[in-house]
Design a protein around this ligand. Structure first.
Ligand code: ZN
Length: 129
């Protein structure tokens, strides 16, 4: 997973929230939408192991294991964006979404504490975006 900086999400308008996922797709951490598949030149900018992924895709062989390099900083930023997104949904949306938000926040916090040893602390409303 790697952050793509300065590209605006076409679905929610967020800047800085787009990530290349382990399957070579681009997802938005702010709205949770799949945006598009990564372009070859975007994969070229990544580590050599990601180029192997590109080659497999060109050959029509999809790999199921993760071969995109993990960068701690980017993984943490991704998790924090997901947790904040679901906190916002938990505060604003319908009862069903609110109920879902509890589980999503738990799931992302669980990954965060496993990898980084700490939860994303509760924040003031003005800092949540
Ligand atoms: Zn978005």
């Amino acid at each position: 997973m790697s952050i793509i900086i300065k590209e605006e999400c076409p679905k929610c308008g967020s800047v800085g929230g787009l990530f290349v996922c382990s399957m070579g797709g681009i997802d938005c951490a702010d709205c949770g939408e799949f945006i598009r598949m990564a372009k070859p030149e975007e994969l070229d900018q990544m580590e050599p192991v990601a180029k192997a992924f590109k080659k497999k895709r060109e050959e029509g062989k999809m790999k199921t294991e993760n071969i995109v390099p993990f960068k701690r900083k980017d993984v943490k930023a991704y998790l924090d964006k997901c947790i904040r997104k679901w906190r916002r949904i938990g505060n604003d949306k319908s009862d069903l979404k609110k109920e879902m938000a509890i589980y999503y926040i738990d799931a992302f916090q669980s990954v965060r504490i496993s990898l980084f040893g700490e939860l994303l602390p509760k924040e003031e409303k003005s800092n949540e975006r």
